[in-house]
Design a binder for this molecule. Structure first.
Ligand SMILES: Cc1ncc(COP(=O)(O)O)c(C=O)c1O
Length: 427
């Protein structure tokens, strides 16, 4: 970014929002972005898993432009086609339990709406969320967010009747997946014994792969137990698929990998490939029991964002079948790298949502300095990456789904070169 832009930016813009770099990007296409100097970067930050179909996908751009020329705001005064078409198209790809849609603007807003609906419709107040989760920054959604205490610090009191119980983090706990699942389930049982009875719980709110919390997939056995409790006690299962949705994990939704299906599905991020839109899907009987007028929005379901979303479903359908192959390639390379690089402690994830955890060699101690080094080194080699995890030491590997095998390998080569350079100076 030119220094004058940095200065202007800092003069007028709230510093509460942090930026990973001073790069000034002026154009983007597919997996690549171009800066003001004309340098091209491979963008594996992917807008935090938003531009899954690649930047400026031509069909999505054309649909948005077409809608822009016709109608770009409605605000509830009248009906319009792009919202209905987008809802129909999204329902074609959601799990079978999802029968109706409601559009909002952001992920946090979808979390708010989904949990409000669960409370209102069930007549119960308690929401159970899982330690390490990220659900957003608004007062409601940040109450469910425990990926970092910093996100909550200074904002208390948060919402009452929200209960947080451990999510299995095998690597971080120094356990096998089975041991971590047993531990988390035991803690859940204890919570139900000591703090809240299951009959008072409106919903479980769960990310099938914890995102911000460090790319931990939920073990099958853990989800199965939650599903059993839902069936036994009439608890609603809310899947937060804001980050895992729209092909990121190799299927349309991460819940497609699990036997337990969502009663309520929260979607955002990649839904419109970069235009602000989010959605809640649910069984029809849940939506139909939500009293008309008891929730609302001015901008939710914006006509242009909906037109982009409808076209985006077609764009993603072309890329998702190839995701498993790309995922296998990436996992194989990271597993191989792990053998040669003691800085890599763990490789985990689903599809193209892969966490590569950086540690002090031979330990499970997080090494956030390693990520800081890698991020700078890869940027110098024209690759953009993000971190996740409470310590900021996990490479959040989320290339766009449109990435070619060649570009995927180029990106992983740049990561490996950075790890080699880090190990050379730190050992
Ligand atoms: C799983 C999950 N839920 C909710 C959110 C909040 O979405 P937004 O930033 O659009 O409010 C995010 C954002 O990273 C997320 O990853």
């Amino acid at each position: 970014m030119s220094s004058s832009l940095v200065e202007r930016h800092e003069r007028v813009y709230a510093p509460v929002i942090t930026w990973d770099s001073d790069l000034e990007i002026v154009a983007a296409e597919g997996a690549w972005v171009t800066d003001v100097e004309g340098e091209r970067y491979l963008d594996f930050a992917c807008g935090i898993s938003v531009v899954n179909a690649g930047h400026n996908h031509p069909a999505v751009v054309a649909a948005a432009k077409d809608q822009l020329d016709k109608l770009w705001h409605a605000g509830g005064a009248f009906r319009y086609g792009s919202l209905v078409t987008a809802a129909e198209k999204v329902l074609e790809v959601t799990p079978d339990t999802i029968e109706k849609i409601l559009f909002m603007n952001s992920g946090a807003e979808a979390v708010e709406a989904g949990t409000k609906m669960a409370r209102k419709v069930s007549g119960r107040q308690a929401i159970v969320a899982f330690r390490g989760a990220f659900h957003g920054r608004t007062m409601g959604s940040v109450t469910f967010t425990t990926s970092k205490a910093k996100y909550r610090q200074g904002y208390h009191p948060l919402l009452p009747s929200v209960f947080i119980t451990p999510f299995p983090h095998p690597f971080h706990w120094g356990m096998t997946e089975d041991e971590a699942t047993d531990h988390a389930l035991r803690e859940l049982d204890l919570m139900l014994m000591h703090e809240i009875t299951p009959g008072e719980i409106a919903a479980f709110l769960v990310e099938p792969v914890q995102g911000e919390g460090g790319y931990y997939p939920a073990p099958q056995r853990f989800m199965n137990r939650l599903g059993e409790l839902c069936r036994e006690h009439g608890i609603l299962m809310i899947y937060d698929e804001i980050q895992t949705g729209f092909g990121r994990t190799g299927t349309w939704f991460a819940s497609d990998h699990y036997d337990v299906k969502p009663d309520i599905l929260l979607m955002g991020k990649a839904i419109a490939n970069g235009l602000p839109l989010s959605a809640i899907g649910a069984r029809a009987e849940i939506f139909d029991a939500w009293e008309p007028g008891s929730h609302g929005t001015t901008f939710g379901g914006n006509p242009v964002a909906c037109a982009a979303a409808a076209a985006n479903m077609g764009a993603l359908a072309e890329f998702i079948p190839n995701t498993s192959k790309l995922s296998e390639l990436a996992f194989a390379r990271f597993e191989e790298m792990k053998k040669n690089h003691p800085t890599i402690g763990d490789v985990r994830g689903l599809g193209l949502m892969i966490g590569v955890e950086l540690v002090k060699p031979g330990t499970i101690e997080p090494d956030p300095e390693a990520f800081a080094f890698l991020s700078k080194h890869t940027r110098e080699n024209r690759l953009l990456i993000l971190a996740c995890g409470p310590y900021g030491n996990v490479i959040r590997f989320i290339p766009p789904l449109c990435v070619t095998e060649e570009d995927l390998n180029t990106g992983i080569d740049a990561l490996e070169a950075a790890i080699t350079a880090y190990e050379a100076i730190s050992n």
